[in-house]
Ligand binder design. Sequence first.
Ligand SMILES: Nc1ncnc2c1ncn2[C@@H]1O[C@H](COP(=O)(O)OP(=O)(O)O)[C@@H](O)[C@H]1O
Ligand SMILES: [Mg+2]
Length: 158
Amino acid sequence: MPMAQIASHSREETLALAGRFAQLLKGGEIIFLRGPIGAGKTVFVKGVAAALGLKSSPTSASFSLMKEYKNKQCRLFHIDLFRLEEGEVFNLGFEEMLEDERAIILAEWPDPIRHMLPADRLEMDFILKEGDERLIALQSFGRVSHALLEGLCKAANQ
Ligand SMILES: Nc1ncnc2c1ncn2[C@@H]1O[C@H](COP(=O)(O)OP(=O)(O)O)[C@@H](O)[C@H]1O
Ligand SMILES: [Mg+2]
């Protein structure tokens, strides 16, 4: 499984990385975001949505667990299942998201739904360091996510 690490020294640097990452997305990608509270997972997701010019739109599902961002060309789902157990995620409206092969899925605390998702995913582990420093460890599982990881590393080194 390909792996890599990228350092961030500020919120702005994480947003810039999210912006470069956004340019690699074509639709159909699945990204898991792991790491403790305050590590920067949500900052990253919002940076991706902003870079793609997407607007938040209310979904039928519980809005605190899943937010949809979209425009005419693409849909991005931001899921956050913090503290949820597997048995608690039924009937939350994930079906529609899962039926759309072009949807981009970014999931914080994804374990309760991982069995519902295709195996090809990029895992991003946000590790807290001193002050505003973060280490983002990447691991890819599958063809689509391998390409994403490679593209992100190239972009991060520019
Ligand atoms: N390098 C960094 N990258 C991202 N966020 C950072 C960084 N340094 C400090 N921060 C701050 O840390 C917090 C991260 O919050 P958030 O993204 O909601 O965390 P999480 O979703 O992982 O719980 C924000 O207040 C942000 O301003
Ligand atoms: Mg968060």
